[in-house]
Design a protein around this ligand. Structure first.
Ligand SMILES: Cc1ncc(COP(=O)(O)O)c(C=O)c1O
Length: 399
């Protein structure tokens, strides 16, 4: 651990805060690229952590963008629109019209339903702008389309303004079985080959979200590398002849994040030692955590000599569910100490129920040895979002 960076951040910045170390981010991308070689492109699913997209821009081939909000972030960050894959289950005509008008054919779009396809057709025809499209195959949920609908669209033949680039597929996150990855890639390869045989349609791009896992808990075996190598081997076996783009969020971003919170109170209730921190479960999210029973990697920063004792760490929300971890052994824990929850680079800052109880959003710091600390977001008051004085509106019976 680079103790110095934590020492500085803790001295300088009020908790709770996230710290995303972009050197660690770069190391993780390099590791993934080293294993995959030229066999696959990397597409970063920005929902995992939008704060690091600019730092990732030169390191990844593309960004999966899933909402108008995520798209605005790309615009504000000045992301090269040639790297954007406009994805997402809810696409609106006006959003598509906007991106087409402003960015022309630079962006690739996914179609997850017949109505997405129809919106794309209508927009491209009215604006006379060509686009490239990926058809998303469903894995048996609300996302994507059935094979039969994809076949129907492809059988529809050449479209004046739309080039179908290929297929998108994602079936879930935190996958821990190499066999599952192998089976999915085998199925996708076969589907691509069938489309070529049956319709003369060549899949140029297979955009696949492998959902590679991060080992979050002390009691779990770390199989991150094994899964990455297994994925690389499965990709080598593909024969459909197009490019593969791996759509990943968690595996890229999780290792770079630390969530830092302070102990603000300590007590023993009915024999159980509790410590209260200034953060909470609304800002911290470990996939697979069960009733705070599993132990994520925590650094106790102000460690000092003294007895070890198990503490149940609770946050600042008024709910009994706000338990970050149960019975975690700390050495001589004291009020004011900082706890650093690691591997929080993916989905903690974005997935938490951060508006609950109107607590401030944590500050977000980006760190790298070269650029030192940059503030990506200051503490942000949320009470302003949780109550607006109602405005007068028209009477409904005048409608
Ligand atoms: C379509 C799609 N692709 C990729 C991802 C990223 O998944 P992960 O973070 O497991 O890599 C998601 C996550 O929800 C997704 O919905």
């Amino acid at each position: 651990m680079n103790e110095k960076k934590f020492e500085y951040a803790i001295h300088e910045y009020k908790t709770p805060f996230y710290m995303f170390d972009t050197d660690i981010l770069a190391m993780q991308v390099r590791k993934i690229r080293d294993v995959l070689g030229d066999d696959a492109e990397l597409c970063y699913a920005m929902k995992a952590n939008p704060f690091v997209i600019k730092d990732l821009e030169e390191m990844v081939d593309s960004f999966e963008v899933c909402s108008p909000g995520e798209f605005s972030i790309c615009e504000r960050a000045g992301i090269n629109m040639g790297k954007v894959v406009m994805s997402g289950v809810h696409k609106k005509h006006e959003d598509m019209e906007y991106t087409l008008k402003h960015y022309g054919d630079q962006i690739i779009y996914t179609a997850e339903s017949l109505s997405h396809w129809q919106i794309l057709t209508a927009c491209t025809e009215s604006l006379q702008i060509p686009v490239r499209v990926l058809l998303r195959l469903t894995s048996g949920n609300q996302f994507g389309m059935d094979e039969s609908l994809i076949r129907q669209i492809i059988a529809g033949g050449v479209h004046k303004f739309i080039t179908i680039e290929g297929i998108q597929y994602f079936s879930g996150t935190q996958k821990k079985s190499i066999t599952k990855l192998e089976n999915e890639l085998h199925m996708l390869n076969q589907f691509c080959l069938d489309l070529n045989r049956e319709y003369g349609f060549k899949v140029k791009r297979l955009e696949y979200g492998p959902g590679l896992p991060i080992c979050y808990f002390e009691e779990e075996k770390n199989e991150e590398d094994q899964m990455l190598y297994g994925l690389a081997e499965s990709i080598k076996k593909l024969t459909f002849g197009g490019r593969v783009a791996l759509e990943m969020g968690r595996f890229i971003a999780a290792p770079c994040g630390s969530y830092v919170t302070s102990v603000v109170d300590m007590k023993t209730n009915k024999g159980e030692p509790y410590c209260i921190v200034d953060g909470g479960i609304h800002q911290l999210n470990y996939y697979g955590q069960m009733l705070a029973m599993k132990k994520p990697p925590i650094l106790h920063f102000n460690h000092r000599e003294g007895d070890r004792k198990e503490w149940t760490v609770c946050g600042s929300l008024c709910t009994v569910n706000d338990v970050l971890v149960k019975q975690y052994p700390f050495q001589n824990l004291q009020t004011g100490d900082r706890l650093i929850f690691q591997k929080t680079g993916a989905y903690s800052a974005t997935e938490g129920m951060s508006l609950f109880l109107s607590r401030d959003l944590p500050q977000i710091l980006l760190y790298s040895a070269k650029e030192n600390f940059r503030i990506a977001r200051s503490h942000f008051q949320t009470d302003v979002l949780n109550y607006f004085k109602p405005k007068e509106t028209k009477l409904w019976n005048n409608y």
